[in-house]
Design a protein around this ligand. Structure first.
Ligand code: SF4
Length: 135
């Protein structure tokens, strides 16, 4: 990754991505504190358990305007989540993740993004952006 490029903390399961965390049984993220780059073997195994983005969080290079979530020079994902949960009080926390130095969300929103981050599951975001609701 180029030094000045940020990392997307909610990317897809593809070769070369970083395994950011695992979705725990309570629906929150258990972070992997040292960077683990995933390979095809990991992807094959993850796909056998279902949609990987429902069970894990991945990080990859933020592609900025190349992403449909990019809006007004920023990542629209974390902004939308924070704005729509303005009245939610979450414990201040900085999870032990492996990408804080380059994280797009932390760069934009600071520690507040980290308070929301453990509750974010990439596949749910994708469904919400497509207007799909869980039954
Ligand atoms: S928002 Fe915070 S906890 Fe989440 S990946 Fe970025 S730096 Fe880590």
């Amino acid at each position: 990754m180029k030094k000045d490029r940020k990392s997307c903390p909610s990317s897809t399961c593809e070769e070369g991505a970083i395994l950011l965390g695992v979705v725990n049984s309570n629906g929150t993220i258990g972070y992997v504190s040292t960077p683990v780059t995933i390979d095809q073997e990991f992807i094959d195994e993850a796909q056998q358990q279902g949609v990987p983005e429902s069970n894990f969080r991945f990080s990859n290079t933020c592609v900025e305007s190349g992403c449909r979530q990019w809006s007004n020079g920023k990542c629209g994902v974390i902004q939308k989540i924070m704005w729509s949960n303005e009245d939610v009080s979450l414990p201040a926390q900085l999870p032990d993740c492996s990408i804080r130095d380059s994280c797009r969300w932390y760069f934009q929103e600071g520690a507040k993004a980290c308070s929301f981050c453990p509750y974010i599951i990439t596949n749910m975001l994708e469904k919400q952006s497509q207007g799909v609701t869980e039954k």
